[in-house]
Design a protein around this ligand. Sequence first.
Ligand SMILES: [Zn+2]
Ligand SMILES: [Zn+2]
Length: 283
Amino acid sequence: MEAILNHLNPVLLDGVYGSSFRLAETICATTNGTDSGWLQSSQFLWQRHGLCRQSISIFLVTWLSSSLFYLLFGTVCYYRNFDQSLKKQPKFRPNQIRSEITASLTALLVFNVLTVPIFVAQVRGFAKIYAFGTGSAWYEVAQYPLFVLFSDTCMYWLHRAFHHPVLFRMAHYKHHMFVIPTPFSAYAFDPLEGWIMSLPIYAYSFIWPMSDVGQLVVFFVTNIWTFLLHDNRDQFHTVHHKSIQFNFGQFSDMWDRLGGTYADPDIFFDPVHKRRGQVKFQT
Ligand SMILES: [Zn+2]
Ligand SMILES: [Zn+2]
């Protein structure tokens, strides 16, 4: 995030904040009796490293880019990958796409607000983020499998926790309204739940070192992965939407196999096994 702000400050943000500040000064000057002293005294808040400016910039960058990315990438996945014949199935809800997009855009707005303090903490040096190329080469590579292991572990248990009847009724049912998911259901979560589920993406960098490039890579890969889980090509997560006691994992099925919640999609969707009434899915 710091690299993005450093790039955007001279080419865009300095101009936007400068114009806004001058506009506010003009309004104060032309409004009879309005004291502009408070504006001058708060000027430091709007300088590049001011808390207000950093927070607003981070929110606008993450909210606008994630919403745009959701609409563009969701549309591409929907038309390229999603089997359109699934829309004829009885469990495909009326106006489902509209509901998924509304829920996802609402969730993105809220959890981008909630994520601002995390990014601010990273930018202000409270995380263990280092500049790409300043660490050892082996760790630059090793941080990715370590992140996948960490994220997979957190996501599996967080996801299982949200299937506790209380939390399910409070929040997670909103995602499971879509029994036949489409790429647009990628962020169709209760906003607070969506934020909690996204915490592993950032938590790693507060516990172990992570390069600035590594944080960006895992951020984008995790988001893309979330779409691919819901485009119905990856039947692993489709099983979870069909039968909520199986396949809680994110990147891998490791924890599902260890936790006894794994259902092999090939067996789960095989009509021969269904006719036989086969209920044991662990392989
Ligand atoms: Zn679930
Ligand atoms: Zn899902």
